[in-house]
Design a protein around this ligand. Structure first.
Ligand code: URP
Ligand code: ZN
Ligand code: ZN
Length: 470
């Protein structure tokens, strides 16, 4: 099967050119000026007035994550289909090692959930949830399966939390193998004290989730994670950054030449503490780290970090829960009625990353169109060992391609989105720019406002090491 995408503006992290793209089978087979080739194809897509960009990589998703007494409401099937609708053609999800389990048990379990269900290609990180001699050994076994990054938590005591000593031991193993440690950097011990004090004062509404999870405690944990990584000598990637104090720590470390990297997420660039208000409605916006106070300047700091490359990646941390009861999973956000600390943490977002960031970055004139592609596709691919197979439009790369209309409006709503949640964090927001056509390894999966792929189209991706290591 040969597909020709004609007359579009092809945008990669480094170039923006009017070109035709020839797809042969699963790969990009040719790139040429529209009048400089005689290519024929089985299918022709007219991309006049459109951008043709590499499919996005969302390197932080949680399909079916067990959390707070329930499970994230998107399965690998529904979540990857929603990702495709939004122009992401790769996800990297987090397999979970539960307490008392071996690390590889978590990997096998998540592979079982994903296999034959995904609409797009997928990789796995591993959450190291129980640091033991055995799980540290198994980090190297996981590397053999193409898992080259491991997430640890300084937050959520009693759930995913690891002590500094446990984190440091895992970092020492990562230093030997070159694996990247991904860190949820919030001081969960201090936060738990503040949670208990707030509840004792009768402060039970969702807004207090945002109040107690202080930005200074994200900054402090980021500082500590960087110090531990420096001592161990391993690469560190700070996930879902929300606070300017944390960004300052990463900026300083990078200025000193350390292998320290960070991502932020659309929710921290578009939403804020006020969204956590309005009584229990605010539960829709409960995630950790929390949405920050706009007047404190976090959002503008994060946008400027993306511009200066102190922040390198935008992922979603997609971890959806329904506001009202879910047909099979039962109570989700409502588990926290009367106690904000019991609201499952996480937001739906996998579908809207490319369009939200285009809108905030390019349409609102903060970043160039090439930088948009870089933070949403090229850098995540390099950071997690998938470049140039993914993250660019080049001869020999996977034909993961998005035809994007920069002039079409798109209004976001739970009534039209494809994520398995009964609300949208962006209800009624009209964005400039819309994903129109999506190819995943050469196969059209989204066209004419329809999903035309199949579950099981997506394949597991074995990943190399971080491609930015000095
Ligand atoms: O609130 C969040 N972020 N939920 C997902 C789990 C995590 O910490 O990434
Ligand atoms: Zn986290
Ligand atoms: Zn997460």
């Amino acid at each position: 099967m040969r597909t020709l995408i004609k007359n579009g503006t092809v945008v990669t992290a480094s170039e923006e050119t009017l070109a035709d793209v020839l797809v042969d089978g699963e790969k990009v087979a040719g790139l040429a000026a529209p009048d400089r080739h005689g290519w024929t194809a089985d299918k022709v897509i007219d991309a006049t007035g459109r951008l043709v960009v590499p499919g996005g990589l969302d390197v932080h998703t949680h399909m079916e994550l067990p959390f707070g007494g329930t499970f994230a409401s998107d399965s690998f099937e529904t979540g990857t289909r929603a990702a495709a609708w939004g122009g992401s053609t790769t996800i990297i999800d987090f397999a979970v090692q539960a307490k008392g389990q071996n690390l590889m048990d978590g990997f096998e379990a998540w592979m079982g959930k994903a296999e034959r269900n995904c609409a797009i290609d997928y990789g796995m990180h591993l959450i190291v949830g129980d640091v033991t001699d055995q799980s540290l050994k198994e980090m190297d076994i996981a590397m053999g399966e193409g898992v080259t990054s491991f997430k640890m938590f300084m937050a959520y005591p009693g759930v995913f939390y690891s002590t500094d000593g446990e984190i440091f031991r895992a970092m020492q193993v990562a230093a030997e193998s070159g694996a990247t440690i991904m860190m949820h950097a919030e001081n969960g011990i201090a936060i738990d004290v503040l949670i208990a004090q707030a509840l004792a004062r009768g402060e039970t509404d969702p807004i207090y989730h945002g109040v107690v999870r202080k930005s200074i405690l994200e900054g402090e944990a980021t500082h500590r994670a960087i110090a531990l990584a420096e001592l161990a000598g391993c690469p560190l990637y700070v996930v879902h950054m929300s606070a300017q104090e944390a960004l300052a720590e990463v900026t300083n470390a990078r200025d000193e030449g350390m292998d320290i990297f960070a991502e932020t997420c659309p929710q921290y660039l578009f939403l804020d503490l006020d969204d956590l208000g309005n009584g229990f409605e605010g539960a829709k916006f409960v995630c950790s780290p929390p949405l920050r106070d706009r007047s404190e300047g976090h959002q503008e700091a994060l946008w400027s970090g993306l511009a200066t490359n102190d922040l390198q990646v935008v992922s979603t941390d997609h971890c959806p829960f329904c506001f009202n009861d879910h047909a099979t999973l039962g109570r989700q956000k409502r588990l926290g009625e009367g106690d904000f600390s019991k609201i499952p943490n996480g937001l739906p977002g996998v579908e809207h990353r490319m369009e939200l960031i285009y809108h905030g970055a390019v349409a609102e004139d903060r970043l160039s169109v090439k930088r948009w592609v870089e933070v949403c596709a090229a850098t995540p691919a390099k950071m997690f060992g998938l470049y140039p197979q993914k993250g660019t439009v080049a001869v020999g790369s996977d034909a993961d391609l998005v035809v994007f209309n920069p002039n079409a409006p798109h209004t976001l709503s739970a009534s039209t989105h494809h994520m398995n949640t009964d609300y949208s964090c962006y209800e009624g927001l009209t964005l400039q720019g819309k994903v129109e056509t999506v190819l995943s390894r050469g196969k059209t999966v989204i066209e004419n406002d329809s999903y035309v792929g199949q579950k099981g189209d997506g394949k597991y991706l074995r990943r190399e090491l971080n491609q930015y290591l000095t």
